[in-house]
Structure formats: C-alpha cells, structure tokens
Design a protein around this ligand. Structure first.
Ligand code: ZN
Length: 94
C-alpha cells in the first residue's frame, strides 16, 4: 500500500490529463504530457513512467495509479493532513 502522502490527484478531460497544481512549483491547471490511456496503463503498478512537468521540468517517477491519483515513489505532500503534527517534520519555531 502506497502512503497517501505519495499520491497526487489528476483530472482527465477527454484524452488529456491535468493536475490542479504542480507539486514542485506554483503553477496551476497543468496539462501533463501523457494521455488517459497512459494513466490506465499504470493501474496496479503494471507500468512505470517518469513524468516531466511542462511548467518547471521537474521529473516525477510514477509507479502506480488509480482512477483518481497518480502514485509516486516520493513524498509529494508532507504537510497536508499533518498540520497539527508538523513538529514531526523537524520544524522549530523561533
Ligand atoms: Zn511545476
């Protein structure tokens, strides 16, 4: 089971795949360089791809996917859902 922190939600419009915002930069509504069939080929970890975000050229290894999320081999959302426990992140308040 891949942790939720490694998931990134996507949307499919016709054959195109979008994300609401980039995990690496402030860009929003990004058209990914893959098609809906490519996402389906990732289901269940059947295939793995390296996704290059067109906004900032950040590379992201996608190792699995389902109907709503792309699953990466790295943590994409360290803080969401952990706002009350952010001391675990090692952040020190001054
Ligand atoms: Zn970006």
């Amino acid at each position: 089971m891949i942790p939720f922190s490694n998931c990134w939600p996507y949307d499919i419009v016709r054959e195109d795949v979008y994300v609401q915002h980039c995990p690496f930069c402030p860009s929003q509504h990004i058209l990914l360089p893959i098609k809906s069939d490519d996402v389906k080929s990732l289901y269940g970890g059947a295939r793995k791809i390296t996704l290059v975000f067109p906004c900032c050229h950040s590379r992201l290894r996608i190792i699995d996917a389902d109907g709503d999320y792309l699953l990466s081999n790295r943590v994409l959302r360290r803080n969401e859902g952990l706002t009350k426990r952010n001391t675990d992140e090692g952040e020190l308040s001054s």
